[in-house]
Design a binder for this molecule. Sequence first.
Ligand code: FO1
Length: 327
Amino acid sequence: MKIVLLTGGQGGLKLFEGLRELVDPDSISMIVNTADNIWLLGLYIAPDVDSATYLTSGILDTSRYWGITGDTFNAFSVIEQLTTESWFALGDRDLAIHIVRTYMIKQGFRLTEVTRHICRALGSRGVVIPMSDTHVETHLHTDLGDLHVQEYLVRYAAKQDPEKIKVSSIEYRGISDARATPEALDAINSADLIILGPSNPLLSISPILHTQGVRACIKRRREEGVPVVAVTPISRGRAFTGVAHVLLKHLGFEPTVYGVAELYSDIISSIVADSSEEEHLVNKIRGRLGVEVILAGIAMNTVWDKTALAQKLLSTVMSRRIMGGSS
Ligand code: FO1
C-alpha cells in the first residue's frame, strides 16, 4: 500500500513514526511544506524538509523535532559573536547540510533533487518530497509589522507565547508561481491513501494545498475513491504543541477540530478527531460538512501512542473500503 502524507514539522512527523511501525517506510511519501524556508546569512534553510530528512535517516533530535541529535553549536557561537542574525540556531552538522544544499541550489539543482541527494547520502528510509521547487515564504501581518514565519515563531517567540503577537492576515508569498513538482504529483497519483497530517493547518498544510496542482490532484483522487483523511492537531480547542489554535482564532476560523475540517472539507473524506472531543463538534462535522469522523487518541507522546493512532487510521479506512464505501 502506498501512502502520501502531507506534513510540516512535529505533528505530521510523529504520525510518520507511527505509520512506519506498520508499513514499509519506503512506501510512505511525505510531501513537505517549504513555505517556512528562509534565506539567512547566505544559506538556504528548509526547516520542515530537514526535519523530515533527519527523521527518515534516524538522526532527528526528537526532543524538539528539529536539528540533528547530539549536534554541537561551535560555529553558531562564532556567528553569535559576529552578527545580529543569530536568532536562528544552526548546529555544526546541520550547518554542513545547509552549505551543501545552498551550493547545489546555486549550481542549478532543484530543491527536490538536492533533498533526494541528501536523503540517499544519509540512508533515509521513507520518501521526502518538497511541495515545490519554487521559493515560497509565509508572511504574517502582525501588530509588530510584516514577519516571515520564522521571525514570528522563533525571533519573536510566538512558539513560547502565541497570544502575545496579534496576527491580522497571512500571505503565502510567491505561491501563485509555485507549481507542484512532478514527483509530488506522481506520489499523489499513485497513492492508495492520502493523509493530511496533524501539522499546523495554516502554516504547514495550507501552503501545500495552495501549491498549483496539489488540491485539484487530491480532489480527483478522492473522486476516484481514494481515501483522503485529515488528522486534526487540535483537541478540545487547543493544539498539542505550537500556535495552530491561536492562529485559527486570530484569522477568523473556528479554533476547533470543526475549523480544521472546514478548511479541508472540499478534499477530505474523513477526519480523525480526538476520542475526548465534544460530541456537538463531531455531529457538526458529520452534519454540516458531510465529512466522516474517526475517533482516536491523537496525543502522540510515545511510540506506542503514535503507532496506535496510525493503526486506528489504517484499520478504519481499510475496513470501510472493504465494506464498499469510498472511505
Ligand atoms: N526553532 C526554534 O525555536 N529555534 C531555533 O533556533 C531553530 C533553529 C532551527 C534550525 C534549523 C531548522 O531546520 C529548524 C530550526 N528551528 C528552530 C525549528 C523551526 O523554526 C520550526 O519549528 C519549523 O519551521 C516549524 O515547522
